[in-house]
Design a protein around this ligand. Structure first.
Ligand code: GTP
Ligand code: MG
Length: 242
């Protein structure tokens, strides 16, 4: 999903980086292996948390298809953050590089991106997800109502979901980014441009990107109006998240 920190679930972890990320605390091979196993276990838990939330989203989409003949979700992508990105973020934010710190301080180790057709679908899906009583909403950032200065638009939620393992129930954080196809198109290309230019984008390009984002937002609104005019009486929902 996210080009800079993509990892496929189950991909072999780099044990050397785990060792380094432990702060070099392992004094021998056995300790090193134990840390690696615990890291592996934590990543497994996050990938299970992704599956739990993903299933909830798929269930909502299936229900909408059958009951309302509408497909609010076009696609879902997910990823567990790569060890190198985890390490870099902990350092950047000044957090200790330990397993507890990963769990307590980072909210995007498990990430899900939901791509919707229409803006109203975004808010509907978000509301229905957080209304579920096993989901705890920890944070909302509505970059649709308040786009970032560069033009980035998306609804970000951080939720906590319980996952049942053989001997315990763990509550794990999952970051859910929800946006339209058009917003996703912009975010993907903007990310690539930034990445290709090592984060340094000339002012003219920054202004042009912002302008493209405004055009996209306007088009999203027009598409929403088209949809609404063809589905009169189905309950309009222009509302924002709350
Ligand atoms: P980081 O997770 O460190 O980036 O900061 P944060 O926790 O304050 O997160 P925020 O909710 O602002 O953004 C988290 C994620 O949203 C990023 O990792 C990206 O996937 C995406 N995102 C945020 N801003 C931008 C942006 O300007 N452009 C693009 N393409 N993606 C963005
Ligand atoms: Mg984040």
């Amino acid at each position: 999903m996210v080009p800079d920190d993509n990892i496929s679930i189950g991909e072999n972890l780099d044990l050397e980086s785990v060792f380094l990320e432990s702060g070099g605390e392992a004094r021998n091979l056995e300790e090193f292996k134990a840390i690696a196993r615990q890291f592996d276990e934590l990543m497994m838990m996050f990938s299970c948390a992704i599956r739990e939330v993903r299933t909830k989203l798929e269930v909502l989409n299936d229900e909408f298809k059958v009951r309302r003949s509408h497909n609010p979700i076009e696609s879902i992508e997910s990823r567990v953050k790569k060890p190198a990105s985890i390490y870099e973020k902990l350092l950047r934010r000044g957090f200790p590089v330990t397993l507890d710190s990963i769990e307590n301080n980072l909210h995007d180790v498990a990430g899900i991106r939901v791509i919707c057709g229409y803006v109203q679908d975004i808010y509907q899906i978000a509301r229905m997800l957080i209304a579920q009583n096993d989901i705890t909403l920890l944070e909302v950032k509505d970059y649709i109502k308040d786009p970032k200065p560069n033009g980035y638009r998306s609804l970000h939620l951080v939720v906590e979901v319980p996952v049942f393992f053989s001997d315990e129930c763990r509550k794990l954080k999952v970051e859910v980014q929800i946006r339209t196809i058009a917003m996703d198109f912009w975010a993907t290309l903007e990310h690539q441009l930034k990445y290709k230019n090592s984060g340094e984008v000339p002012d003219t390009i920054v202004r042009e990107l912002r302008s493209c984002s405004d055009v996209i937002a306007e088009t999203d609104m027009r598409m929403q109006s088209l949809y609404n005019s063809l589905h009169l009486g189905e309950g309009e929902d222009h509302g924002s998240y709350v």
